[in-house]
Design a protein around this ligand. Structure first.
Ligand SMILES: O=C(O)CCC(=O)c1ccccc1C(=O)O
Ligand SMILES: [Mg+2]
Length: 368
């Protein structure tokens, strides 16, 4: 294939309910959507999961736009590409900026799946026809409100509840949840809110039979995570620390992580995500697919990736209606009885609603 035209759009979508992590609160989501046209007319879509500000990692929507416009798009336009795996080779001269790279790579995987007449899931090597779904629940104003939310999500069928924690919103919260819901699968996500000195607090979480604790320590620290894992029983799962297969290998070899949260954007695309998946499968490290409050496009890519065999644990890719009044794809991603049915149509398996995309677009530019 040859990509002859790329359009970047900046979208702004209001979240149904604010989402709070140890870093702060979101009321709306600002992100980039990329539309790539191939010479015979096929169109592929990608989403940049970078946020408006660099709290999760160093990338932002604006740095992604800059990287795409000034470096990445020129490396892709009018090049002959036989397989999406070649994209990461074309991007080799550019360091990091994984979310920006992933935005284009996702669109190319979409086109490749269409060209070869298969769903994105099948093109990636996925076999599952439905995937297990969990949900990530932000920090609330009170434990009572959190209990009420969890109760609702249990009734909706979500298979695992991820609870955002931070110092002061941790042990008592998890104790109450465990006492109220003895049989629910719970895990906690700290988004790097702790230091190794907090090991005593984190050790108290061992009493609540959590499936895992996600990214308790700093985003660039796999050494202290290995020390912490020796002090606590709850398995550690790394999120922010893993940007590549090499990061995954080192963290696994050091004993810093027993489970890995794979996010397509954070690792630079589907090809690298698949490599991490394959490495973890060979080393008995279960993986699951993280979420970044995606629109339908990123969500569809997550659904496809999750069909690979070592995505054993439920992911964070909840239904569109958990985030948006109206998503930009049709049909929307629907969760029923804790599952998402994987679409079998070619490509990402959902149609992009251009009218809805336009209604959320605040800036756009086309490159040829
Ligand atoms: O529902 C989702 O999309 C995942 C929510 C979530 O936990 C999250 C959302 C934004 C940034 C980071 C994270 C995270 O996994 O740490
Ligand atoms: Mg996380």
């Amino acid at each position: 294939m040859k990509i002859t035209e790329i359009t970047i759009r900046q979208l702004k979508m209001k979240l149904k309910a604010p989402f709070t992590t140890s870093f702060g609160t979101f009321d709306e989501r600002d992100f980039l959507v990329l539309e790539a046209k191939e010479e015979s007319g096929l169109i592929g879509w990608g989403e940049s999961v970078a946020f408006h500000s660099p709290w999760y990692n160093e990338e932002t929507l604006q740095t992604n736009w800059h990287m795409l416009e000034d470096f990445l798009i020129p490396l892709i336009l009018n090049k002959e590409i036989h397989h999406p795996d070649e994209v990461s080779q074309l991007f080799e001269p550019i360091r990091k900026n994984n979310m920006a790279k992933s935005t284009i790579e996702g669109a190319i995987w979409d086109i490749y799946a269409q060209q070869t007449g298969q769903s994105l899931a099948t093109a990636l090597g996925g076999k599952k026809e439905k995937i297990d779904v969990g949900i990530s629940i932000g920090i609330q104003n009170s434990i009572e409100e959190l209990v009420a939310l969890v109760d609702g999500y249990v009734k909706e069928g979500y298979k695992r509840m991820k609870i955002k924690i931070k110092p002061g919103w941790d042990v008592e919260v998890m104790r109450t949840l465990r006492e109220t819901f003895p049989d629910v699968a719970f895990m906690a996500d700290a988004n790097s809110a702790y230091r190794l000195e907090d090991a005593e607090t984190l050790k108290q979480l061992d009493a609540f039979n959590l499936t895992m604790i996600e990214q308790p320590l700093a985003s660039d620290d796999i050494i202290d995570h290995a020390s912490l894992q020796k002090l606590i029983e709850t398995p550690i799962c790394l999120d922010e620390s893993i940007h590549s297969l090499e990061d995954a290998r080192k963290a696994v070899e050091l004993g810093s992580t027993k489970i890995i949260n794979i996010k397509i954007g954070r690792v630079g695309g589907l090809t690298e995500a698949k490599k991490i998946h394959d490495y973890c499968e060979a080393h008995n490290i279960p993986v699951w697919c993280g979420g970044m409050l995606e629109s339908g496009i990123g969500r569809a890519h997550n659904v496809a990736l999750t069909t690979l065999s070592n995505f054993i644990l439920p992911g964070d890719t909840a239904g569109s209606n958990r985030y948006w009044e109206k998503d930009i794809i049709e049909p929307e991603v629907v969760v029923k009885d804790g599952y998402i049915e994987v679409p079998q149509q070619i490509g990402i398996g959902y149609e992009i609603n251009r009218e809805t995309v336009s209604s959320f677009t605040v800036a756009q530019k086309t490159y040829q």
